[in-house]
Design a protein around this ligand. Structure first.
Ligand code: GP9
Ligand code: MN
Length: 626
């Protein structure tokens, strides 16, 4: 044993140096916001599996050149780490393959790369020099290996990786299936594993794209044209040239509207607003694992998000005919306000693909301990601090606000509690009412500020809930609150989220056809007087007289005027009585076809063929916005 250990001294030393260096860079160089001892521990161990894996490659070479190979591997790994350091200095983000190969990015970086590198950066290669020195001037010249030892090395790689992933899953469930954020991946699985993951994800997308061909889009186009309903002409262009505010209400479900808890009204402002707006009480979110980003995808593209993973991450390199891009072509300035890390949900990259002009992410806001809670800047301050940006924004503008305070775990400081927490056994549900109430107040104040600044009259407002806030894990408390049993039928109905279109000066109306987030893009375009006939979209104008009452959820459940279909059971509305499945049959096909066609478009990047057909030029992606 002792023998083996000393025989492997160079190998072990190389591993130790690379491991520690990577840990120190991750810890002190990148801003990964470590929140607890477990996260610190994960950060400490996460470089290990890949370090041993890489160096393990040297064991397959002859002993004569093994040390040289170890040195080369150490250098390459150090170079990858260093490349991330330089990239981070410029973009405050980590390298991801598509971004690296976007020519304009590399152009920018290419010009300034030398100004980003300092002589003192040699320190990042100090361990490689040290290793070379030790190899040259000490007695650890070289070593023989055997199959058993090699097997042991690679078994330990697997074991180390399993431990790493296991711990990371406890901290951040579904990390690898949902992706979330590059910095979160680096924090949990380390820089090198992240790059391996990125290569696998990108190669998968590339392969699916490569086998797709242009004929597939023709069938889809035919299907869409046959099923599209004409927009309501009475609404065409009624908001032409006006500014558009889209407000994504984090985790707000419809059941809190016009409702009370312990006698307190939960959403007083929204309740009033609804009275002077177009209100859609049968509107559903259609998101999957990509949560907020999926809702954004639905709204901006009128396509469904993916059955697994976040399309913002997996297919940010596709061609889209995003709402922002179309609005840009019609003279609009388009932007997003969201005070979170810009790379969360890969927004900085995806917003470019969708055509946004500007992304006001966290660094455009002043975030302090006083004005933030949980995920960051409180909604009230996001709205307030955005006003100065709005005042100088070219008009007409289209701007999206993504609120954040009403996010799980729904925490709030005492002074922001306009409504006392509820008193069931379930803390999450109890706090939810209070944070929803907070966001309602923040939106109210925002409307007041816009009126003061003269930005209200000439604008239209679209407010929607992004996805559910209370999951099925809380059915017990929910059933207590709603005073009803929660079966799959009720679960589907709980996926209703607020949908309000407020046009100053118009009375509004309640429109109760069944609809979903997928319908927003054609609705907005029609309000602004932009033609939607040619678009590859699965949604229909919400005001259309002919629109079918229909919404498909991402899990395949669907809702029609009369039925709710979920878990292979057809329920009759409004009481949710089980009926024979034939009743749902005709819609089942429609739901399946729509989801399948939408997935096909995304996996095959099929809009590139559609764009080529309609002779639109492809807009070259620019560097991530900001
Ligand atoms: C993060 C915010 C919340 O930026 O959009 O994300 P969610 O967890 O709701 O998808
Ligand atoms: Mn959300």
């Amino acid at each position: 044993m002792k023998n083996t250990f000393s025989k492997y001294a160079v190998f072990l030393l190389a591993a130790l140096l690379l491991w520690l260096k990577t840990y120190l860079v991750n810890k002190f160089y990148f801003d990964l916001s470590i929140e607890n001892a477990m996260q610190e521990f994960i950060l400490f161990i996460n470089p290990l599996s890949s370090v041993v894996l890489f160096l393990g490659i040297s064991l397959f070479f002859s002993s004569k050149i093994r040390n040289r190979i170890i040195l080369i591997i150490s250098f390459i790994a150090s170079f990858v780490l260093f490349a991330n350091i330089v990239f981070y200095r410029f973009f405050t983000d980590f390298i991801t393959i598509p971004v690296l190969f976007q020519t304009s990015n590399m152009g920018d970086l290419g010009n300034s790369v030398w100004s980003l590198i300092e002589l003192s950066d040699c320190i990042f290669f100090a361990d490689v020099f040290l290793l070379a020195f030790i190899m040259k001037f000490t007695t650890f010249k070289t070593f023989e290996t055997n199959k058993k030892e090699i097997a042991l090395v690679f078994t330990s790689v697997a074991l180390l990786f399993a431990i790493n992933i296991g711990l990371a899953e406890t901290e951040r469930p579904q990390l690898l299936t949902r992706t979330f954020d590059r910095s979160m991946l680096i924090k949990n699985i380390g820089t090198y594993n992240y790059h391996i993951y990125d290569v696998i994800m990108q190669s998968k997308a590339k392969a699916q794209r490569a086998i797709a061909d242009g004929s597939e889009i023709v069938d889809i186009e035919n299907y869409i044209n046959a099923n599209k309903t004409a927009p309501n002409p009475n609404f065409t262009g009624i908001a032409e040239g006006k500014n558009v505010f889209v407000i994504s209400l984090e985790s707000i479900q419809s059941f809190v509207l016009n409702n009370t808890v312990d006698g307190h009204v939960i959403t007083p402002f929204l309740n009033e607003l609804i009275k002077e707006s177009y209100y859609f009480p049968n509107f559903y979110h259609q998101t999957g694992q990509g949560k907020t980003s999926d809702s954004e995808f639905l709204v901006d593209n009128s396509l469904y998000p993916l059955p697994s993973g976040a399309v913002f991450f997996t297919h940010s390199q596709n061609q889209y005919n995003g709402l922002p891009k179309m609005l840009n072509e019609n003279g609009y300035y388009t932007s997003v306000f969201h005070p979170n890390n810009k790379s969360f949900w890969n927004r900085d990259v995806m917003y470019d693909s969708l055509g946004y002009d500007q992304f006001f992410s966290q660094r455009y806001f002043t975030v302090t301990d006083e004005n933030s809670i949980g995920w960051g800047l409180k909604d009230e301050f996001m709205f307030e601090q955005s006003i100065d940006y709005l005042k100088t924004m070219p008009q007409p503008f289209y701007t999206k606000y993504i609120t954040l305070t009403n996010h799980f775990p729904f925490t709030l400081g005492a002074k922001d509690e306009y409504l006392p927490e509820w008193t069931s056994d379930d803390g999450t549900v109890n706090r939810y009412f209070t944070t929803v109430r907070y966001t309602d107040e923040a939106v109210k104040k925002f409307f007041e500020q816009l009126k003061e600044e003269g930005l209200y009259e000439n604008s239209i407002f679209i407010l929607y809930g992004d996805h559910y806030g209370i999951s099925e894990n809380h059915n017990k408390a929910m059933s207590e609150y709603l005073e009803t049993e929660i079966r799959p039928y009720e679960t589907v109905q709980l996926q209703q989220v607020p949908m309000i279109i407020h046009i100053p000066g118009q009375e509004g109306q309640v429109i109760d056809t069944v609809s979903g987030q997928i319908d927003l893009k054609p609705t907005i375009l029609n309000l602004l007087g932009i033609d939607t006939k040619e678009n590859i979209e699965f949604g229909n104008d919400l005001f259309s007289k002919e629109r079918p009452s229909f919404a498909v959820l991402r899990n395949g459940s669907f809702i029609t005027e009369e039925y709710v279909y979920t878990n292979n059971i057809c329920y009759q509305k409004p009481d949710g009585i089980e009926v024979e499945s034939e009743k749902c049959q005709p819609y089942q096909e429609k739901a399946k076809t729509q989801l399948a066609y939408s997935d096909k478009i995304i996996y095959g990047d099929l809009l590139r063929f559609f764009n080529a057909q309609s002779k639109e030029s492809y807009i070259e992606l620019e560097q991530p916005i900001e």
